[in-house]
Design a protein around this ligand. Structure first.
Ligand code: ATP
Ligand code: MG
Length: 454
């Protein structure tokens, strides 16, 4: 038996090196490498003897639906139809976004469905969690609280109680006695996650981990954490807005395209069944506003794009984009200037997506262009108008995917006119007057009610 192996791991990106280095060659951060003693496998975890025989893939019992519904419809959808027993799910999110709230509510709905839930809290005391549970009306005797940091104690509790679902809030606070480094360091997070993964597979209980994110938006701890778990969900949203988006980043058992929309209220997170309504401004549209439909997973979402055009006081006019890619907006404004014939260079232009939604889909291009044109001309677009289309550098309007679904969503919300790219064979809802266009000049003409195109 050799000695324990020692490696050095980067705290920031998880890079592994056999010697200490001042600067990580991978992420270029200084002083982030730290020593990690790889525990002796034979000593620390004896291999389970069961399940080691190969089985034929056709002999596996697939008749029963093994997914466990949490009872929160949006969460179940994002998970791909419920939690798979024995899976490890990681919930990431910025501080205060509502991770603990969501998981406590999930614990409550799971408990009412007759499941024991073990809630390990490393960040708050049991009283504090209890107070939150009271506010969320999540006081249920099947939810067991454990205020603990030691991984060994948590493992012991899971093995003795054998709950179908375990929530660990958060993985950064859990530490293992077999390692010398402090909680929250990359070696601890890596080792604890690996041990929990093995435990989940051995016992068949599903473990939901809360993970903090760093200031640049990645999950704190190494990227390797994302590889180890079965499913990574990100809880996003602007803390100044009441809605929160649950986005799936990785899912071994389902689609990664789904998002869940929630509203944060005093009584906890509420499921939003019709998100489009949430992001549209109420009342009459104003100059500089245009509505478009973006696909969030398999669901269309109507959002309003707003633009403000003001005479500039700078030699180089300012361009600002909120919720959209800055470079993409600059490019679209250049296309509008050159192909649409609007003299924008003496103006500062600000473009914003209402409600703090982040969009990175080219299908909203045409709406950005029309909103900017409307702001520049100080003229409203047609009322109840939906604009969809990708715009190319020559000013052409290009096809987008799933146009039918986008149009249906618009019709459902009372839109009467739509400007879309030319695509054959789409089903148009009867209440919607659809104008296919091939270029932005055609779109500009229709959007302002025909005629004047100056
Ligand atoms: N009484 C209340 N009324 C309305 N909203 C509340 C109330 N109490 C808490 N909240 C909301 O809950 C959020 C905190 O939720 P929670 O503690 O679940 O976040 P978290 O993501 O777990 O945070 P952390 O990273 O600190 O653990 C607050 O930012 C606030 O928006
Ligand atoms: Mg929390």
């Amino acid at each position: 038996m050799g000695k324990n192996k020692t490696v050095f791991l980067c705290n920031n990106c998880g890079y592994e090196s056999i010697r200490w280095l001042g600067r990580c060659p991978s992420c270029k951060e200084w002083n982030t490498l730290e020593e990690f003693r790889v525990p002796d496998e034979k000593k620390s975890s004896p291999r389970p003897l069961q399940n080691t025989q190969p089985v034929s893939i056709t002999d596996i019992d697939l008749t029963t639906d093994i997914r466990m519904l949490t009872g929160i419809s949006e969460l179940d959808r994002v998970l791909g139809g419920g939690i798979i027993p024995g899976s490890l799910v990681l919930f990431g999110g910025e501080p205060g976004i509502g991770k603990s709230t969501l998981l406590l509510q999930a614990a409550q709905t799971l408990a009412t469905r007759g499941n024991n839930v073990l809630y390990v809290t490393g960040e708050e005391s049991v009283q504090q969690v209890g107070l939150r549970a009271k506010r969320l009306s999540a006081l249920d005797s099947s939810i067991l609280l454990l205020a603990e940091h030691s991984l060994e104690v948590v493992e012991e509790a899971i093995r003795s109680i054998h709950p179908p679902v375990v929530i660990i809030d958060s993985i950064q606070t859990v530490f293992s006695d077999t390692l010398t480094s402090s909680p929250g360091t990359v070696s601890q997070i890596r080792e604890c996650t690996a041990r929990l993964m093995r435990l989940a597979k051995d016992t068949g209980c599903s473990i939901l981990l809360v993970g903090h994110v760093t200031k640049d938006g990645g999950l704190a701890g190494p990227k390797t954490l994302e590889h180890m778990v079965d499913c990574v969900l990100n809880f996003e949203g602007d803390r100044h807005h009441v809605f929160r988006l649950l986005r799936c980043v990785k899912n071994r058992f389902g689609s990664t395209n789904e998002i869940g929309v929630f509203l944060m209220t005093a009584a906890g997170l509420e499921v939003v069944n019709n998100p489009s309504q949430l992001f549209l401004s109420q009342g009459d549209s104003q100059p500089g506003a245009g509505v478009t439909a973006t696909m969030e997973g398999s669901r269309p979402l109507l959002v309003e794009i707003q633009a403000l055009v003001a005479a500039t006081g700078f030699a180089t006019p300012r361009r600002m984009a909120e919720g959209l890619d800055y470079n993409r907006v600059s490019l679209l404004l250049a296309v509008l200037e050159k192909r649409g014939g609007l003299l924008l260079q003496g103006h500062d232009i600000y473009v914003n997506v209402v409600g703090g939604v982040q969009i990175n889909e080219p299908a909203v291009d045409l709406a950005v262009i029309l909103a900017a044109a409307s702001a520049f001309r100080e003229k409203k677009l047609l009322p109840k108008l939906l604009v969809v289309g990708e715009v190319g550098l020559t000013g052409e309007v290009r096809a987008v995917s799933r146009l039918d679904q986008r149009l249906q969503e618009a019709a459902k919300l009372g839109f009467t006119t739509a400007i879309v790219p030319e695509i054959g064979g789409i089903k148009v809802p009867p209440s919607l007057e659809v104008h296919p266009v091939t270029s932005i000049s055609g779109a500009l003409q229709i959007a302002f009610g025909g005629g004047d195109n100056s």
